[in-house]
Ligand binder design. Structure first.
Ligand code: GDP
Ligand code: IMO
Ligand code: MG
Length: 433
């Protein structure tokens, strides 16, 4: 058996929630390792649709240990309501199944305010963030001003840290953004409530996961966002504030890189992006609209319409190398069922130069043009197909072409939102490699 990282290869929303839920059956421990409530991971089981922002997508399976890792920035208000929601639906029967890292940083009310003020039209560049306070929280972590979950457990220390932080934050809020200051007393009182609820879940999670490694448990590491939203490797500054790539699973969970056996990269059979920033294969006309409607491409966190476009093999191929993929999961094949022809971007044209590598500069990203390969569609429903040989010939050819361009085998093909709408060609937990 094996330890597996499952994460996004594009600009997020690839269908990670579905894959992680599916693979959780084979895992003992499921760990989220970065990001925060900017993520929206959707799981569909029968008539039920669950969207998770912080709790690992393994939580719908009983008997699994779900861990919010040290690399996550945790908004306790979101976490508490997510827990309540799940309990109402009959999940998290046993509270010992959920662990919150003592090392994780907290999202504070001023992080959310600062995120929103910065994004408001009056001030600077708009990234199109989710407004969940992610950037400001990671900034505080890096500048050593952050407040960690362990600090929340120490009432006195927590109050001191809030007061200390608010001195600076309120200066910015009042003087620069001309908005209303936050009151320390109110923040402390609100977080007192979260302490009471969350206390029993707090743990030294790196130790816990290392124990799992030692006992040869199967561990599934759950990524959020996607490779091109990575703070180092994404379309900076149109990126999120964490490292989203597989390499960060070890750091964000607290295990050595040698504990990881397989790397499963998740992509859609086309491409989407939500928020601002370059997107070379974006379709702004009727074809993009067809994908959006058929694929239900509206943000799981903010409800914003997602920008849609053709499959981009240039970004996926680089993501394969960057993350060291052992296999691919290609999602939402059924969304392409109605197209007469499809296009696959195989190169970028930058001025007169052709390249199979994405540009480095933002200007390059914004001006490069996709070079397409045209392939025939299949015009037949693939919804719910579970065997590769049952796919229409042109859909099989499309999958084979994507595999060839990516240079790694496809492990999973998804043909619908439900668990059962899946073709499993190779289970990443089945063997080490
Ligand atoms: P995540 O953030 O990567 O977990 O992805 P999201 O949950 O934000 O977005 C993926 C959406 O596609 C969700 O609504 C899923 O239910 C849905 N989905 C996942 N796989 C498939 C599929 O193969 N076909 C279709 N039609 N929908 C899918
Ligand atoms: P999942 O895990 C898609 C995008 C935002 C914005 C940029 C920065 O569901 O795939 P942030 O709030 O992180 O500072 O926003 O990143 N973004 C996502 N896009 N899926 C996500 O998560 C995202 N999380 C952040 O839209 O462009
Ligand atoms: Mg999402």
């Amino acid at each position: 058996m094996a330890n597996v990282v499952a994460f996004g290869l594009q600009w997020g929303d690839e269908g990670k929630g579905k894959v992680i839920d599916l693979l959780s059956e084979f895992a003992d421990i499921i760990v989220r390792y970065q990001g925060g409530a900017n993520a929206g991971h959707t799981i569909v089981v029968g008539e039920q649709k669950v969207v998770l922002h912080l709790i690992p997508s393994g939580i719908l399976h009983s008997g699994k240990l779900c861990v919010i890792g040290n690399g996550v920035v945790v908004d306790p208000s979101v976490l508490v309501s997510e827990m309540e929601e799940l309990k109402k639906l009959g999940y998290i029967g046993d509270d010992r199944r959920l662990k919150l890292s003592a090392f994780a940083h907290l999202i504070m009310p001023y992080h959310k305010k600062l995120d929103l003020y910065r994004e408001s039209a009056a001030t600077g560049r708009k990234i199109g963030t989710t407004g969940r306070g992610i950037g400001p929280a990671y900034e505080d972590k890096a500048s050593r001003l952050g407040i960690r979950v362990i600090d929340l457990l120490d009432k006195k220390l927590f109050a001191e840290k809030v007061r200390e932080n608010l001195k600076i934050k309120n200066f910015l809020i009042k003087r620069y953004y001309k908005a209303e200051a936050l009151r320390a007393r109110e923040v402390i009182k609100e977080y007192d409530g979260y302490r009471k609820v969350l206390k029993k879940y707090v743990a030294d999670t790196p130790y816990l996961i290392q124990e799992g490694v030692r006992k040869k448990k199967n561990i599934l590491f759950e990524g959020a966002q996607g490779t091109y939203l990575d703070i180092d490797h994404g379309t900076y500054p149109y990126a999120t504030s964490s490292n989203t790539i597989a390499g960060n699973a070890a750091c964000g969970a607290g295990v050595p890189p040698t504990a990881i056996d397989r790397i499963l990269g998740i992509c859609k059979a086309y491409t989407t992006r939500v928020g601002e920033g370059p997107f070379p294969t974006e379709l702004t006309g009727a074809e993009g609209e067809l994908i959006r409607q058929k694929g239900g491409e509206f943000g799981a966190t903010t409800g914003r319409p997602r920008r849609c476009g053709w499959f981009d093999a240039v970004i996926v191929k680089r993501a394969v190398a960057l993350n060291g993929l052992s296999g691919l999961a290609v999602m939402k094949l059924d969304v392409l069922d109605e197209f007469e022809t499809l296009e696959i971007c195989v190169q970028y044209k930058l001025g007169r130069k052709l390249s199979t590598q994405p540009p480095v500069s933002l200007k390059g990203w914004e001006t490069c043009e996709p070079v397409y390969e045209r392939v025939p569609g299949w015009k037949t429903s693939t919804k719910g197909i579970t065997r590769f040989e049952d796919l229409p010939l042109n859909a099989r050819k499309y999958m084979q072409r994507l595999e060839e361009l990516a240079g790694v085998p496809i492990d999973i093909i998804s043909t619908g939102a439900e668990r059962t709408d899946t073709i499993i060609l190779r289970n990443p937990f089945a063997s080490k490699g």
